[in-house]
Write a protein that binds this ligand. Structure first.
Ligand code: 1HE
Length: 261
């Protein structure tokens, strides 16, 4: 674990195949400073090397209050741009990396905290969770990938509303909008996220990689190009020894069936 001036803001634990990554700066509501981003970068790489899925959560009352505004207010223009580009780089390693990330959300998921959550493949929110994009109120703009990732999840109109009017969306509303995949009782997001991560960790690594990397790219392509790329990825997946083993297991009645409960 990287430490900044003797203090670490991110925790890491490997539990079976699942890496648990915690934001551990509750005294500042897990606000994301440059040091936090660099620690996140390290644990994301570590998780990619030794886990098959990861869960990210926040300690204290809130998941994350977004960008560290104290640090940000002192940055010259070019440093601000490079800071934003660094967030993109690090979050991209989650969204289009090799292992899926599950966000376990509670309390405030605000600004850059929402951007971090939107870089995960799946979001689980407990009933205390609420989402806000107060960038307009702070005189800034999303800079951690939100204009692409949050917009893809909830659409331009809802995101515009949140940014212009300061509208806050609670967990259930965000689930209806497409920004949350699962709702959990208060305090229950982490257990649910771990359960889902364990499920995903049991898939073929290539299939998970294809889901994470092909789907968002196909989303940005024309239908014709998307269908072509789909055929390529599909054929590649079928060629892996893992696919051969798993297909055989099903045909020999050794594999789990797809049942409704
Ligand atoms: C912070 C931050 C922060 C708290 N940067 N220090 N994000 C925001 O605009 C959200 C700002 N934060 C809040 O609205 C509230 O803090 C919360 C609703 C999240 C939590 O409220 P509460 O009452 O539990 O805590 P608090 O008393 O407001 O904050 C506790 C401490 O955390 C306090 O510091 P202290 O030294 O006075 O104890 C706060 O100053 C500090 N703190 N949030 C720095 N964000 C890549 S672009 C992304 C752009 C954005 O993310 S914009 C959204 C920024």
């Amino acid at each position: 674990m990287a430490e900044t001036e003797g203090k670490s803001f991110v925790s890491y634990e490997l539990r079976g195949n699942v890496a648990l990554i915690g934001l551990t700066r509750p005294e500042k509501r897990n606000a994301i400073s440059d040091a936090v981003i660099e620690e996140l970068a390290l644990v994301i790489e570590r998780a990619r090397n030794e886990a098959k899925a990861a869960v990210i959560f926040g300690e204290g009352q809130h998941f994350c209050a977004g960008l560290d505004l104290a640090e940000h207010s002192e940055k010259p223009l070019l440093d601000s741009i490079m800071g934003s580009r660094r967030w993109h780089e690090v979050f991209d390693r989650m969204q289009r990396g090799t292992i899926p990330f599950f966000a376990a959300l509670h309390g405030a998921v605000v600004g850059g905290g929402f951007e971090l959550a939107s870089s995960c493949q799946i979001r689980v929110a407990d009933e205390t969770t609420y989402f806000g994009l107060p960038e307009g109120q702070r005189g800034i703009f999303v800079g951690g990938g939100g204009s692409v990732r949050i917009e893809r999840l909830i659409g331009t109109s809802r995101m515009t509303d949140m940014m212009l009017t300061g509208r806050v969306a609670k967990a259930e509303e965000m689930e209806r909008w497409g920004g949350v995949n699962y709702l959990a009782p208060a305090g229950g997001a982490i257990d649910k996220a771990i359960e889902l991560a364990e499920e995903a960790a049991s898939n073929s690594e290539f299939s998970n990689y294809a889901v994470m990397n092909a789907l968002p790219r196909i989303r940005d392509m024309s239908s014709e190009d998307g269908l072509f790329v789909e055929s390529m990825v599909s054929a590649l997946a079928s060629m892996t020894p893992e696919a051969q083993d798993r297909l055989r297991a099903f045909l020999e009645k050794r594999a789990k069936k797809v049942l409704a409960d």
